[in-house]
Design a protein around this ligand. Structure first.
Ligand SMILES: *[C@@H]1O[C@H](CO)[C@@H](O)[C@H](O)[C@H]1NC(C)=O
Ligand SMILES: *[C@@H]1O[C@H](CO)[C@@H](O)[C@H](O)[C@H]1NC(C)=O
Ligand SMILES: *[C@@H]1O[C@H](CO)[C@@H](O)[C@H](O)[C@H]1NC(C)=O
Length: 280
């Protein structure tokens, strides 16, 4: 596989040029996750910057075999046409928790700057469950109540539940740190980004060494919706995690169990990244 990739790289390392002077290049920035962490909000906010060109769709190159087998020319074909001086960004939230992705990404794009947007792991599990639940409802499929998926018969937390695993941030981070230095990964506080986006976005702008361009006037609070929207050359966009879907009601004792369960994994994650977050 590596040789297929390298062959593709030799063909297209400089990217695919368009006669109008724009180029499809490997992304300078990859938003690697996490699912339900606010990756859509983050890429939309980054796109406010004139020196950022964002891929339109989630690319799933490194995690989906059917895409990966197509090699780098396909990956490049998913990238936006960027002007000289613009940074290209793609986001695929599933990258963070896929164990094969860090190595593959490093082989292809070792200089990439990585953005990881995280939120309280318990909240993230509920949001993850809610999305899957809604998808199953749409397909008229059965779905277990959240208590049954989260807790085993013996009262323990169900480690086999994938959504729970995705919130074990330190497990996945350890894998990334085997392939990328910590200073190439910026962790965005997804809870802060929703509460008060501007300061959090400025931190991202600085990390990427972009000229300061995004400003407070790009954000306004919509009282009806209860969250921030973006204003960009007269164009207005509102977005929010789960696009406003209510979370399921979870019995308080189960919620407490989850918060307690994540305490230790969270501490390990804080240690790995040398920074704390105000997760319960
Ligand atoms: C250059 O061409 C591409 C492909 O048609 C188009 O998507 C892009 O908007 C163009 N960019 C400029 C600056 O003209
Ligand atoms: C959690 O996910 C990681 C990465 O995919 C995997 O290595 C690990 O075995 C999983 N843990 C459990 C308990 O399923
Ligand atoms: C705020 O949100 C409401 C409800 O979605 C919408 O009808 C309204 O147009 C929004 N106002 C602004 C200023 O975006």
């Amino acid at each position: 596989m590596t040789s297929v990739l390298m062959h593709g790289l030799a063909d297209g390392a400089a990217g695919v040029a368009h006669p109008n002077g724009t180029v499809r290049r490997l992304p300078d920035i990859v938003i690697i996750g996490v699912r339900k962490g606010g990756t859509r909000a983050l890429i939309e906010m980054l796109s406010l910057h004139g020196d950022v060109a964002a891929a339109e769709n989630e690319v799933h190159f490194f995690d989906w075999e059917s895409h990966f087998q197509k090699g780098l020319p396909w990956y490049l074909s998913q990238m936006p046409y960027a002007l000289p001086g613009q940074l290209t960004v793609e986001k695929t939230p599933a990258y963070f928790t896929s164990s094969k992705v860090p190595r593959r990404l490093q082989q292809v794009n070792p200089g990439a700057k990585l953005l990881l947007i995280l939120r309280d792991p318990t909240e993230r599990v509920l949001s993850d469950y809610t999305q899957v639940y809604h998808n199953r409802l749409l397909k008229h499929k059965q779905h277990q109540p959240i208590e049954e998926v989260l807790v085993l018969k013996d009262g323990g937390v169900n480690l086999g539940y994938k959504a729970l695993n995705r919130s074990l941030y330190y497990v996945h981070m350890q894998n990334w740190l085997r392939h990328f230095p910590l200073d190439s990964i910026h962790v965005v506080d997804g809870d802060a980004l929703i509460r008060d986006p501007f300061p959090e976005v400025k931190r991202v702008e600085r990390f990427l060494r972009l000229e300061p361009q995004i400003n407070a006037a790009n954000f306004y609070f919509n009282r009806t919706k209860g969250f921030y929207c973006l204003r960009d050359h007269g164009r207005e966009r509102c977005l929010h995690d789960s696009k406003g879907r209510a979370h399921p009601r979870v019995a308080p004792d189960i919620l407490q169990k989850l918060y307690r369960f994540f305490h230790e994994p969270n501490r390990k994650f804080f240690e790995l990244v040398g920074r704390t977050f105000d997760w319960n």
